[in-house]
Structures are given as C-alpha cells and as structure tokens.
Design a protein around this ligand. Structure first.
Ligand SMILES: [Mn+2]
Length: 355
C-alpha cells in the first residue's frame, strides 16, 4: 500500500481529498526536499504541484504522485477538485498559519475546507512508526554523530571554549556525510552544564569540569539525537555520584522500553530513580521524545504522555540532573521500540569518560 493510501485509511470517513503543504510532510510523501509545493491527495490519485525550481528533480524522482508544474496554483487546485468531484478537503491544521487558512478558504472553491485535526493526526499516525528504510537512515545519521564523538574526545582539553567544541562537532559531521545538523549543537562546560538547553559561548574548559554535548546529524531527511557528558580531569565525588544516578536512571528506562508501555510509564521509571536519590526537582524536563524527519516528534515520553509505544516507534531516553551554579549531567540514547524490548541505536560509550 502506498503512503497515500495509508494516509486515507488513517483519516475519518467523509474526507474526499487532502492538501499537504508542510515542507517536512511533503518530503515524507515524495522523498524530495523542497521549500515550496503542495500535494493534493484524492482516494485514487495524488498530485504534486511544484514550481520550476524543483520540477526537474520532481519529474525524475517522484513516483507515487503525478507531477504538475505550478502555474496558477489555486486554479490548478480547483480544477483537480472538480475533476475528482471532491466535496471536502482536509488541511494540515497543525502547521498552517491563520493567514494561509484564510487564503485557502477564499480561493479554494468547490470543496468545503475541513479545518479539524484529521489530516495532521493521520500524518502523525503514519510518521510515528518507522519502516526499515527510515530506521536505516536514522542509524546512518547516528553513526556520523558517533564518529564526531570519538573525534571530539581528542579535541576537548583545558583551554578550549564551548563554541570551539560545538563548531568542531558540526564541522566533523558535515564533512562526514551529514546533510545538515539536527539542531543547534549544545556544547557546555563547567557551571553552564546545569542549563539543559544552554547556548555555547566563550566559556573555557577547565580541569575538573564536565563537558556536556547534545547534538545530532541529519541524513537523507532523518535526524539523530544524542547527549554525552564527559569529564576533563578528575571529577569530584559529587560529580561522579550524580553521573551514576543519571546513568542508572537511563539504563533502567531503556530496560523498560517495549511495545505496550506508555510514554508516561517510561518517564516514571527514570524519574523515580532520580527522585529517590533526592534530585527529583533537579530533573525538570521530560524523559524523551520521538525522532524522525523532525528532531522532536511523537511519541512523547513525559509524565503527561498518552502515547503507547509500538513496534518501530523511536524514542529518546535522556534523563538529567541539573544543579544551578554547580554542574549538570544528561545522558541520551535513542532506541527503536520492539515487541520484546528495544534496539538501542546509540553505541557511544556512556560510563563516565575522564579525559
Ligand atoms: Mn533529545
């Protein structure tokens, strides 16, 4: 079954066509990267309407949809709606702006616009479970990030700045096949490591400091995500103790991952260990999130999460403890959910590395 057929199966009855406009979803359905274009999906046929800049690539690579050169977009959409006799058209409520919605309402005639979350929910349902080729791409992205980790261990030493560490990781990943960075690399040292999403600055690594790195590579449209905290010179007893609490919490949560477990249950396993050690308040973010064509996507692993994990979903497991003005530790792997457990895509060492 094509992705478009599966999309229709995931939508409620009564929707005759769907208009896909989000860049990431257009890429998911067509396999090609573009900053413009729309996909119009009917029950028996899909069209990609895309402008001159992308038309050659589209015609050569897009197989599941008929490729149409964009001219007068709304006239073209209206003609196709008429041709297929569609009465209702679903839009991506999760990503469309109010201005775009108003424009569609004004310029699309012939079909009533369904502004419910039906289409966005259906796309999420498709994207949340990965197929083998998607998992392969994510693993490739992760291997690039891990090679960068091996490399950075030779670079980190007293005197280098957070920005230099971040840039070194970024350069390595881009040089070794990453299409892009997954997100702005986080590289922090010393007291800055207590800021979960701190921005790398001119702070210099000193002996006895942690260095926390949270980063990822993109490969063929797919992201990776990992965090490691390493120590330069010897850690204090407290640093070592906190590191081991986070590590135990992370290992216990990974052990718990399998089909049927909820995101909330997973979060609780990790959180209870940290809370029992006396640091519940210092773990102020959720345990994890899905990763795919977006760096944060479903399912969530937070205490509020209603997601039930299923075979071939992907979830990060990233507990942390953050002590303001002292230091922070976070350790993050990401895993593929399996019926019998999980497959950990992250191979990088996570017992405390002392440089
Ligand atoms: Mn993450």
């Amino acid at each position: 079954m094509s992705k478009f057929e599966r999309l229709f199966n995931a939508m409620p009855d009564g929707i005759d066509c769907a208009l896909i406009t989000a860049d990431v979803n257009r890429r998911y359905f067509t396999g090609m990267k573009s900053s413009a274009g729309v996909i119009l999906v009917f029950k028996d046929k899909a069209y990609l309407i895309i402008d001159f800049r992308y038309i050659e690539v589209a015609r050569n690579t897009v197989k599941d949809a008929e490729v149409i050169m964009q001219e007068k977009l709304f006239d073209q959409i209206n003609e196709l709606i008429e041709k297929h006799g569609a009465k209702t058209l679903a839009i991506e409520s999760a990503t469309l702006t109010v201005a775009e919605l108003n424009m569609y309402k004004e310029r699309i005639n012939g079909a009533e616009i369904v502004s419910s979350s039906a289409l966005s929910d259906a796309v999420t349902e498709l994207r949340i479970v990965k197929d083998e080729s998607e998992i392969e791409k994510i693993i490739k992205a992760q291997r690039i990030a891990e090679a960068a980790f091996e490399d950075i261990l030779n670079f980190i030493k007293p005197g280098v700045t957070e920005r230099e560490i971040g840039l070194h990781l970024d350069y390595f990943m881009l040089q070794h096949g990453a299409e892009a960075l997954s997100f702005d690399t986080i590289a922090l040292t010393g007291a800055n490591t207590s800021r979960p999403h701190g921005v790398p600055g001119d702070t210099v690594v000193e002996n006895g400091n942690f260095v926390l790195m949270d980063y990822g590579a993109m490969y063929d449209g797919y992201h990776s995500d990992m965090t490691r905290t390493v120590c330069v010179g010897n850690p204090t007893e407290k640093m070592e103790q906190i590191y081991n609490i986070v590590l135990n919490s992370q290992l216990a949560a990974i052990d718990k991952v399998k089909s049927g477990v909820s995101g909330a249950e997973l979060d609780k396993v990790a959180r209870d260990i940290i809370a029992d050690a006396g640091y519940g308040k210092e773990f102020g973010h959720s345990l994890g999130h899905g990763v795919g064509m977006e760096i944060h996507e479903a399912p969530n692993a937070s205490y509020l999460s209603k997601h039930i994990l299923k075979e071939n979903m992907i979830v990060t497991v990233e507990p942390g403890i953050y002590l303001p003005d002292e230091f922070g530790v976070r350790i993050e792997d990401f895993v593929v959910v399996k019926d019998t457990g999980c497959y950990n895509m992250t191979l990088a060492e996570k017992s405390l590395i002392i440089l």
